[in-house]
Design a protein around this ligand. Structure first.
Ligand code: NAD
Ligand code: GLY
Length: 389
């Protein structure tokens, strides 16, 4: 399986863009039979009516955004959508991971019902992963399913969360525990919107880009290492290549395994430790990408202690995560029994089976697998990777 994945991804690879290629709209197709769709990547996409041509027809569109993103970009989107829809509504949610919950989800249903929206209404998610995940879940469940479009405005959402149809809200006992697989009609990655993204959020997005290297494409890891400073500086050419290559890899993996029966789980590299950090610290204290960045270091350390990879690859990943501006040392979640607290939190993971925790490990450079690990070894990894109390 891994050989096929690596070989196929090499074959699919396209040359990085040169500056003269911009602004060009690039297209990555995600092949899922009747649920297939395109990811558009480029500049000046958001405000162009043509970007939305060919989407399902309806009398009403509802833009779902939040109190940070709506003031920046909703008017542009609203104007472009008016060419296609008679009525274009907006619901603006409170901003933050802490609002990825039932009461906030309800605000989307309130807007739909108060405006008599029918089952053809198209939802447009304008925001980061939180808005995208919640809008997708609302679209999956309103009248048992209405179409939706992802317009990701964070780097993290452009390279990961908007693609592949995972939608969810959090539960106080676990992250992304309530949700559905539900594919969007289109994903529109306008690189221009990244200009207003705070540097900390840009770094969080880099975590999900780095992830694709060790699990699937070591050439991409080399490229990221060579361009990490350009990416952090918001260089449009570097960002365009990083978004496109990430989407190609994710589209391929999701195309093979839409509902995570097997292969797709490799996309959760770093997430088992990362989700424990996020929920253990309280949602929003650590950004999702920060948890994933640090979690990848911990998962690499685990892979090394399982005898799968050498210390040089762990050091390489740790250095890159650090250069991306992300934490590499795990927080203390419980001064009395830190490893125990991590273990308890990691049991509330969708990969866990009958309470046994499963980890995504690097089984060799550019290839990942899902497996269990002896508790003593996992505890030793946590002790080694977390700040001393
Ligand atoms: P986010 O949605 O909270 O956005 C980060 C911050 O940036 C927010 O304050 C937001 O308002 C702001 N923002 C967004 N776009 C902006 C812009 N262009 N300019 C200025 N500010 C902007 O966080 P995120 O990192 O985008 O997403 C994290 C979420 O995504 C988590 O809930 C995570 O679980 C989820 N996720 C889902 C998947 C999936 O497959 N569905 C994959 C990865 C992550
Ligand atoms: N972010 C992991 C996945 O989409 O499967």
């Amino acid at each position: 399986m891994a050989d096929t994945l690596a070989d196929t991804l090499v074959a699919m690879q396209t040359a990085p863009l040169s500056t003269t290629d911009l602004p060009v709209t690039q297209q990555v197709r995600i092949e899922l039979a009747e649920r297939s769709y395109d990811i558009l990547i480029g500049s000046q996409l958001l405000g162009r009516p043509e970007t939305y041509a060919g989407l399902p027809k309806a009398s009403t569109a509802l833009i779902v955004s939040n109190t940070t993103v709506a003031p920046l970009y909703a008017a542009q989107l609203q104007a472009a959508l008016q060419t296609h829809y008679g009525k274009v509504l907006l619901v603006s949610l409170p901003d933050g991971e802490v609002y990825k919950d039932w009461p906030t989800l309800q605000l989307i249903f309130d807007a739909l019902l108060e405006n008599s929206c029918d089952r053809k209404t198209v939802l447009f998610a304008l925001g980061g992963g939180v808005v995208g995940d919640m809008t997708g879940f609302a679209a999956a469940s309103y009248m048992r399913g209405v179409p939706f479009v992802q317009i990701p405005t964070t780097l993290l959402a452009q390279v990961d969360s908007s693609v592949g149809g995972k939608t969810a809200i959090n539960h106080p006992l676990g992250k992304n525990m309530i949700g559905a697989f539900y594919q969007p009609q289109r994903v529109i990655c306008d690189l221009d919107v990244l200009a207003t993204l705070p540097p900390r959020e840009l770094s969080a997005g880099l975590a999900e880009i780095i992830k694709y290297g060790p699990i699937a494409d070591m050439d991409f890891l080399d490229w990221i290492e060579a361009h990490i400073d350009d990416l952090r500086a918001g260089d449009p050419t570097a960002l365009a290549h990083a978004v496109k290559r990430s989407c190609e890899i994710k589209a391929f993996v999701v195309g093979q395994d839409e509902r995570e029966a097997g292969l797709r789980a490799i996309l959760n590299f770093g997430h088992t430790f990362g989700h424990a950090i996020e929920s253990g610290m309280g949602y929003g204290a650590w950004l999702h990408g920060e948890g994933v960045g640090c979690g990848m270091v911990m998962a690499a350390e685990l892979s090394q202690r399982l005898g799968l990879i050498d210390v040089a690859l762990v050091a390489r990943l740790r250095r890159l995560v650090e250069r991306a501006g992300l934490p590499t040392v795990g927080p203390t979640l419980d001064a009395a029994d830190n490893a125990g607290r991590y273990m308890a939190l990691m049991q509330v993971d969708k990969k866990a089976e009958a309470g046994a925790i499963k980890f995504v490990v690097i089984d060799r450079p550019g290839s990942a697998a899902v497996r269990g690990a002896p508790e003593a070894l996992v505890r030793a990894v946590i002790d080694a990777c977390c700040a001393p109390v």
